[in-house]
Ligand binder design. Structure first.
Ligand code: ADP
Length: 226
């Protein structure tokens, strides 16, 4: 599903964010990516959604070689990879339904199909009761559920959750992790970046540790170590 072969990422100021990274993530895996601040986690995510480019090596995601991508291909690629962030990034002037529907509207989906799809996904994330609420009227956990619904509505094969529980209390954080596990059980590949040691250690899933732009550990049932 995700294949990186000796990939390096360097920013315009010559900072090397990833250095010769080899990585294979199979379809339907649930992988935590950990590492200290500045390790290269965000750069890896940016690379996967083509917000950053590799200066060397090969990136192949879901059969697409990133070298072959044209500018027009990038929005299509981003539809196949859902991303959620620590700060949710919901549109404040749209309610929960509209925030999710918007992701389909911009993709040119017909209103009839949007009306069918959005309630289903809101039910999946447990937000059926908050359809008409605006972001400022719901809790942090509910905001993250809405963000996850928005990321999932286009049926991505990969869901990237970049520190999704960073703004949440421990109980709510676990609820969000449970939701990510459920989504993973339904067949979506999940990549989670987190600083939460307890969560990573309890998951008993693959953990990739990055430090200074390199993968320093990759364990099938990993533990959080920096
Ligand atoms: P993490 O997400 O693990 O905190 P990052 O991928 O953000 O790490 O950063 C990796 C390295 O790249 C760091 O040295 C950071 O300072 C640098 N970096 C990140 N973004 C940029 C950028 N836009 N321009 C220049 N350097 C950057």
């Amino acid at each position: 599903m995700i294949l990186l072969d000796r990939v390096s990422v360097m920013y315009s100021n010559k900072t090397v964010a990833l250095s010769g990274v080899n990585l294979h993530i199979a379809a339907k895996e649930f992988v935590s990516i950990v590492g200290p601040s500045g390790a290269g986690k965000s750069s890896l995510i940016k690379l996967l959604i083509k917000e950053a480019d590799s200066v060397s090596g090969k990136v192949i995601v879901d059969g697409t070689d990133y070298d072959s991508l044209t500018r027009q291909d990038i929005p299509i690629l981003r539809r196949r990879i859902g991303v959620v962030f620590q700060d949710f990034k919901l549109l404040p002037n749209l309610n929960v339904y509209e925030n999710v529907a918007f992701a389909l509207e911009v993709a040119g989906v017909k209103t009839k199909d949007i009306k069918r799809a959005v309630p289903k996904i809101l039910h999946l994330v447990g937000l059926s009761g908050k359809v008409k609420s605006y972001p400022h009227e719901i809790s942090g956990g509910e905001k993250q559920r809405a963000a996850i619904a928005r990321a999932l509505i286009r049926n991505p094969k990969i869901l990237i959750a970049d520190e999704p529980t960073g703004n949440l209390d421990p109980k709510t954080a676990w609820d969000i992790i449970e939701l990510l596990l459920k989504i993973n059980r339904f067949g979506t590949t999940v990549l989670l970046t987190t600083h939460n040691k307890e969560i990573v250690n309890s998951l008993k899933k693959r953990v990739i540790t990055i430090n200074r732009g390199r993968i320093v550990k990759d364990e099938k049932v990993g533990r959080f170590s920096l």
